[in-house]
Write a protein that binds this ligand. Structure first.
Ligand SMILES: CC(C)(COP(=O)(O)OP(=O)(O)OC[C@H]1O[C@@H](n2cnc3c(N)ncnc32)[C@H](O)[C@@H]1OP(=O)(O)O)[C@@H](O)C(=O)NCCC(=O)NCCS
Length: 192
């Protein structure tokens, strides 16, 4: 079963590995240009310098992370959304669910507007953008921008997200508690 997790900078090396493992066509549609490993390293470095401006989600099938959602805050306060799924796991609804998770988070955190770049011939992401009520606009350079003014969350959405984020914090506390116990039990053998 696929599970969806909102994560933080700890998983950044796995995100980098995922981006670098995208096949050439997927890498092109993810970045809008044939991004090199160097370009990906630059993006990861930016994320490390500004961790508060980046939010990550992943989809996990057992122990394998098979898809990622990324929201990045720009200098003007707008947020850009991107999503990518491993080839063998595509067309199973993973990007759809990642987009739902990201938009719920954006609503809860009162992000006024999010947008996503889609290359003109990427019909799948344009379909998903429309499905999630992002309006697509032609940019004239072979790309479209899909944007949405994020509405206020309903009471139900607020409480659902509240429990979700509380759960994330409890999991993080438990992880750190395990790490602390390990530190005391095996002082010379520290692992994450
Ligand atoms: C685009 C991408 C993220 C989609 O991921 P995915 O997990 O396969 O997408 P999903 O399975 O959630 O949804 C696919 C949807 O597209 C629809 N679809 C499939 N082929 C289609 C086509 N040719 N035209 C239009 N819609 C199509 C499916 O029916 C499904 O819609 P539904 O949810 O209404 O049934 C994935 O192909 C990918 O990683 N591409 C490379 C990176 C990228 O392009 N990212 C987007 C820019 S940031």
């Amino acid at each position: 079963m696929i599970t969806y997790v909102h994560t933080n900078i700890y998983k950044i090396s796995e995100y980098a590995r995922h981006l670098k493992s995208l096949e050439a066509d997927d890498r092109y549609s993810r970045f809008g240009h044939p991004a090199s490993d160097y370009n990906i390293d630059q993006l990861i470095l930016q994320m490390c310098y500004h961790p508060k401006d980046h939010e990550l989600w992943y989809a996990r099938d057992d122990d394998k992370r098979v898809g990622w959602g990324h929201m990045a805050k720009n200098d003007d306060g707008s947020w850009e959304l991107a999503v990518s799924v491993d080839k063998e796991f595509q067309r199973q609804g993973i990007a759809d669910k990642l987009l739902t998770e990201m938009l719920e988070w954006a609503k809860f955190h009162h992000i006024p507007e999010v947008y996503m770049h889609c290359i003109e011939n990427n019909k799948v992401i344009q379909h998903l953008a429309t499905k999630h009520e992002l309006k697509t606009k032609e940019r004239g350079d072979g790309e479209r921008t899909a944007a949405i003014e994020v509405p206020e969350p309903s009471i139900v959405e607020v409480s659902t997200q509240l429990f979700k984020e509380q759960d994330e914090i409890v999991r993080e506390i438990n992880r750190l508690r395990g790490k602390l116990a390990n530190l005391w039990l095996n002082p010379s053998r520290q692992t994450d």
